[in-house]
Design a protein around this ligand. Structure first.
Ligand SMILES: Nc1ncnc2c1ncn2[C@@H]1O[C@H](COP(=O)(O)OP(=O)(O)OP(=O)(O)O)[C@@H](O)[C@H]1O
Ligand SMILES: [Mg+2]
Length: 417
């Protein structure tokens, strides 16, 4: 294992973790990168599969050519063939012009097929052909075209099960799975959990301009024992919520318990998965199946939209609570228009946030002076609610007592609304 190369990659892509599982996955990615072999990345939802194809492409001779990441689960069945392989003019209603498709455009480059288990059967047949011969035909076309594309695919579904149920072609699976890369579940990564928590705590402190949260020893123990069914994504979400919503900056086990699901199933001691046995075989897979079967249904779309809207609202709520907390900690930004620095992992090459998190030498975000922003927020909320403090506090997501303190602090006691 080339440890220094692996460290370089971690630093460049802001990947945090030092467990054998993550080091092994990166080692395989680096070894296979210079070849044209197809790679299949497998692992539960939220384990961090999406960075691997980028690492492979950037370390391959194709690095200066195109790279496309395509989420196979999000393209409607009716258009996926034309998106991937292009179409001829007039080949279907709406095909006003011809289109080259990803396989044409990405010639000499890399295509990352995310959620490859979701590909419809007809598309699977086309994909197998292009993988075996480099040939494909556009939708509605006759001409055989050639392309030279390296494929990296990822899935969080149990492919063997999909094959046995006739949802995925076995020959395609073997063709894609030339080199498998297994991303381990978070519960099997030991102290990586704490390192990742530090990374996210630091990112959220920057994002919301609040002091960074830390963990007490008992909270750390709980984190290490918890099963993390949603893996790194879940850890990130929980850290974000706690960063904004917790009044104390040091999180103890009791507080942490409020943010992790209460079922004994997931809080019990983590057990190491047996080879070939995947914990995602149960509910999540059933859910996927239902979603898959319902796809195309309008009510489904509406539900997706509602879920999306809820997410946006939740994010807005967090930002709003953060604004009021900034005033409390004196860390608010000078102007409401100043964008928050959005530290995102897996982005800016050279960014060393991840390393800082690992080194434990994390600086607290700069303390900024209290400004008008908090005051404006309070005033606006009071205005909108005709001076009703209870309603304004609810809208701001703070307690009545905190609002009262703010009103006094900003000298708004006598103001009429
Ligand atoms: N080792 C890591 N270091 C830093 N951030 C990570 C790491 N692993 C995952 N993340 C972050 O966790 C989140 C989930 O990762 P990602 O989207 O790659 O999951 P996934 O395996 O593709 O899940 P799904 O199968 O549900 O699509 C992302 O925000 C990612 O940036
Ligand atoms: Mg993904």
């Amino acid at each position: 294992m080339n440890t220094s190369e692996i460290q370089r990659v971690k630093q460049r892509y802001n990947i945090v973790g030092n467990s054998d599982g993550i080091n092994h996955a990166l080692d395989v990615a680096l070894q296979v990168a210079p070849t044209d072999l197809s790679v299949l990345i497998v692992g539960e939802s939220g384990v961090g599969k999406e960075i691997i194809p980028r690492v492979i492409h950037d370390n391959s001779p194709r690095r200066r050519e195109k790279y496309f990441a395509i989420n196979c689960g999000s393209i409607p069945e009716g258009t996926i063939d034309s998106e991937l392989f292009g179409h001829e003019k007039g080949s279907f209603t709406g095909a006003i012009n011809e289109s080259e498709g990803y396989f044409g455009v990405a010639n000499k480059g890399t295509i990352f097929l995310d959620e490859v288990g979701e590909l419809p059967m007809a598309t699977q047949a086309r994909l197998l052909r292009v993988l075996e011969t480099g040939e494909y035909i556009r939708v509605g076309g006759q001409e055989i075209r050639k392309t030279n594309v390296r494929i990296v695919a990822a899935t969080n579904v149990n492919m063997r099960k999909a094959i046995s149920e006739g949802r995925f072609r076995e020959d395609l699976y073997y063709r894609l799975n030339t080199i498998p890369i297994q991303m381990p579940p978070l519960r099997d990564r030991g102290n990586d959990i704490i390192l990742l928590f530090r990374l996210f705590a630091m990112q959220m402190a920057e994002k919301y301009h609040l002091p960074k949260i830390t963990l007490t020893d008992d909270a750390k123990q709980l984190m290490l024992k918890y099963k993390w069914p949603g893996n790194v994504r879940q850890l990130k979400n929980i850290t974000e919520q706690m960063s904004v919503l917790c009044d104390k900056r040091e999180i103890d086990a009791e507080t942490l318990l409020h943010y992790i699901p209460k079922d004994t199933e997931s809080t019990q001691l983590a057990t190491i998965a047996q080879p070939g046995q995947h914990s995602y075989e149960s509910e999540r897979e059933i859910l996927y199946k239902i979603l898959y079967e319902l796809r195309g249904n309008v009510s489904d779309l509406r539900r997706d939209m509602n879920a999306l809207r809820k997410q946006v609202e939740e994010q807005r709520d967090l930002s709003q609570v953060a604004l009021t907390k900034q005033a409390e900690y004196g860390t608010a930004l000078p102007s409401a228009n100043t964008p928050y620095p959005q530290a995102s992992p897996f982005t800016a090459p050279g960014n060393s946030v991840a390393q800082e998190a690992e080194a434990e030498e994390i600086k607290e975000p700069e303390s900024l002076n209290l400004n008008d922003l908090g005051r404006q927020m309070v005033e606006k909320a009071l205005e909108r609610n005709g001076g009703n403090r209870k309603k304004a506090a609810q809208e701001l997501g703070i307690s009545d007592r905190t609002l009262y303190r703010r009103i006094k602090q900003y000298g708004l006691e006598d103001k009429e609304y």
